[in-house]
Design a protein around this ligand. Structure first.
Ligand code: B12
Ligand code: SF4
Length: 367
């Protein structure tokens, strides 16, 4: 194959999009590798320490913003998105309004997306390679990523036309909202590129205003150290005390900036059975999940992204949510039962939650 044969490459690009859709991707686009603008934003974000404890965000030098440094010879990136929303917005609002219920981010209710999407991308690579093998002078390299390596996934997807980066910093598609995952294939094939998506946030700032911890410190800039998603998933140590009351009943991640976004009125529910909620993770009570033993936690989160936070951080997060729940003797009893937990991290959050419960009890008794 002569890689400079534009007609062949244009036909191949169309086939890639077709195969991608057959593999369950809602949108497939192609971008070049010039991420200069995003690189500047990344440096600014890191310089302000917005990444907190996520050392991996600064560990890889320029590899994150220069695709050819991560995968030699990369000229193009095939960017894909896959919808994951398992149920409508109303159910999320109901859960968030019930402070005895456990709110888990919608992306984590079903099977972990990383491996599943990477397998699909690998199938797409296989298709491309079979097609190219039929042509003379085949010489291509391809590598799939799904949040698995230093890749600026949103900036790439924006360039590939999949959507624009909203003020909450997630990628939004005009027809489908933002409830989707991203993945990519880096390749040396000089495929024709798609047009960058245009932005449509306009004057809206609903996500900045609704954020429970005011983590979107300016449009397009998330201070991860304040983001509930970071505090409940990425942070290994204690959750800073001033932020605990703001977390409410969110025990794994946060969706508020996406729930409020007007573009999510157009979001479609996922067609992937794998993303449907498992073990009623979409409708659990805080007290129920707090009393799960470690073995139960491991069994009920098997194959889910939740598992990676481990049992101690799971208990830490639920303790905070119980501290934020209305005063209740049952909650106090459950918290007391965990006071002898071996991990200092758990004990300290349980003590904090007990103090909160006692405070609300005094207030509700008008003392
Ligand atoms: C680190 C990380 C986090 C961190 C930090 C978030 C962040 N905004 O960076 C934390 C733990 C907080 C997080 C949370 C979430 N994440 Co996350 N996360 C990532 C990860 C690994 C890297 C993101 C990154 O590069 N950050 C670096 C900073 C610099 O980028 P940025 O904030 O996006 O800023 C960009 C723009 O806003 C702009 N910009 C920045 N500053 C400025 C300043 C000005 C003036 C302007 C104009 C522009 C601008 O340029 C930047 C580069 O393009 C990606 C996977 C990947 N490899 O890309 C997933 C990823 C972004 N996360 C994802 C998801 C689903 C989430 C959550 C929704 C999960 C949840 N429900 O809890 C939340 C959303 C919270 C939020 N509002 O961001 C998806 C997003 C899919 C989508 N539709 O966009 C991704 C792509 C994973 C995936 N493969 O699907 N995440
Ligand atoms: S809520 Fe408004 S400002 Fe935020 S991402 Fe959506 S449209 Fe943009």
């Amino acid at each position: 194959m002569t890689t400079n044969n534009e007609q062949q490459l244009a036909t191949l690009a169309l086939k890639i999009k077709d195969w991608g859709q057959q593999l369950g991707f809602a949108h497939i686009g192609i971008s070049d590798t010039d991420l200069t603008v995003a690189e500047n934003h990344l440096h600014h974000w890191l310089a302000r320490d917005f990444h907190g404890e996520m050392d991996y965000m600064q560990r890889h030098g320029s590899k994150r913003s220069r695709p050819a440094l991560l995968h030699e010879g990369t000229l193009r990136v095939i960017s894909v998105r896959m919808d994951y929303l398992p149920e409508p917005r109303e159910t999320m609002n109901q859960l968030l309004a019930d402070s005895t219920a456990a709110y888990i981010s919608r992306y984590a209710l079903g099977r972990d997306y990383h491996k599943m999407m990477r397998n699909r991308l690998q199938k797409l690579i296989d298709n491309i390679q079979m097609e190219i093998a039929l042509l003379p002078n085949a010489n291509s390299t391809m590598r799939a990523f799904v949040d698995s390596a230093p890749v600026l996934e949103k900036a790439i997807a924006e360039k590939a036309g999949l959507g624009w980066i909203g003020k909450h910093s997630n990628l939004i598609n005009r027809q489908a909202g933002s409830w989707f995952f991203l993945g990519e294939i880096y390749t040396n094939l000089p495929l024709p590129i798609d047009n960058k998506a245009t932005a449509h946030c306009g004057e809206c700032r609903a996500c900045l205003d609704i954020c429970p911890t005011q983590a979107i410190v300016a449009p397009y800039q998330v201070d991860a150290r304040r983001c509930v998603s970071y505090l409940t998933i990425e942070l290994h140590s204690a959750i800073p005390e001033p932020l605990r009351p703001l977390i409410g009943n969110r025990i794994y991640g946060c969706d508020d900036c996406q729930i409020i976004c007007p573009w999510n009125r157009f979001a479609k529910l996922t067609a992937e059975k794998d993303f449907n909620p498992r073990h009623q993770l979409n409708s659990q009570q805080l007290l129920t999940v707090f009393t799960w033993s470690e073995a139960e936690f491991l069994a009920k989160t098997e194959g889910s992204a939740i598992r990676r936070i481990g049992y101690e951080r799971w208990l830490r997060n639920i303790a905070v949510a119980l501290g934020n729940a209305p005063a209740s003797p049952l909650i106090i009893e459950a918290l007391k039962a965990k006071l002898d937990h071996a991990a200092e991290l758990v004990k300290e959050h349980v003590l904090w939650a007990l103090a909160q419960q006692h405070k609300s009890l005094l207030i509700s008794n008008n003392v």
